[in-house]
Design a protein around this ligand. Structure first.
Ligand code: PGA
Length: 263
């Protein structure tokens, strides 16, 4: 029973470009990525370039089966918020949005409370949130992973109604990204990531939204995933794909990762 439900979740791979690629560079990278990615069926593929690249990349992805995501959004729909980008603006171009990435948490003051506001705004505008959680190295060494990640899920998703309805659970994506594994070339083990996903993330989601919804949510692993190690991660049935940073800027690597995720 459990296995069957696991397999019903469509694999998902998103590339988080972070603060890389000017518009011209983004056009170049997308034109190199599309031919290889287009042919790969059975996996939801998403590119998340910087805000300033979104319009150009949206035009290049039109008519392809590759989705577009932003790396952040503000929760207000419009107003005097200099420098911010509203969910309405994001939703005009994108279907997905990364929320609560650890770099936003550590450098830009993102908290579980602001994650929560952003997630609600994303849902309100029909966006699919990719909600990032994960413990720091200190927390990992202090064996606080379960405590930290379950709090991030609980507080980040507090007061979200309707996730159980209309299969909306299937529209939420959670990315488990241990901070110590991001950009370090030292990924978690597939078993380690799978156990946090099963015992902490899905069990907390089940408490909050019920087992059925918890089973529908795609949960990704992120942190030093590359073309070589991706298949080992995806062999774990608990893992539904990856949020990829550095390797998403390399055509061969990212294509290989997407290929490994296709079931
Ligand atoms: P990485 O980054 O793949 O470069 O480790 C992952 C992420 O930050 O989402």
């Amino acid at each position: 029973m459990y296995r069957i439900e696991t397999r019903m979740r469509k694999p998902f791979v998103a590339g988080n470009w972070k603060m890389y690629k000017t518009v011209a560079e983004a056009r170049q990278l997308v034109s190199e990525l599309v031919p290889g990615l287009q042919g790969i069926a059975g996996v939801e593929k998403v590119l998340c370039p910087p805000f300033i690249d979104l319009l150009a990349v949206a035009a290049l992805l039109e008519g392809t089966d590759i989705g577009l995501g932003a790396q952040n959004l503000f929760w207000e729909t419009s107003g005097a918020y200099t420098g911010e980008v509203s969910p309405k603006m994001v939703a005009e171009l994108c279907r997905y949005v990364i929320i609560g990435h650890s770099e936003r948490r550590s450098y830009f003051g993102e908290t579980d409370e602001t994650v929560n506001r952003r997630v609600k705004a994303a849902f309100a505008h029909g966006l699919v949130p990719i909600v990032c959680v994960g413990e720091t190295l200190d927390e990992y060494e202090a064996e606080k992973t379960a405590e930290v990640v379950s709090r991030q899920i609980r507080d980040g998703l507090a007061g979200i109604d309707g996730l159980q309805e209309a299969g909306a659970g299937a529209l939420m994506v959670v990315a488990y990204e241990p901070v110590w594994a991001i950009g370090t070339g030292r990924p978690s083990t597939p078993e380690g990531a799978a156990s946090v996903i099963r015992d902490v993330i899905r069990s907390t989601l089940a408490e909050l939204f019920g087992v059925e919804t918890a089973q529908a949510v795609r949960v990704l692993y992120g942190g030093s995933v590359n073309g070589k190690n991706a298949a080992e991660f995806f062999a774990e049935p608990e893992l539904d794909g990856a949020l990829v940073g550095g390797a998403s800027l390399k055509v061969a690597d990212f294509t290989q990762i997407v290929q490994s995720a296709a079931r």
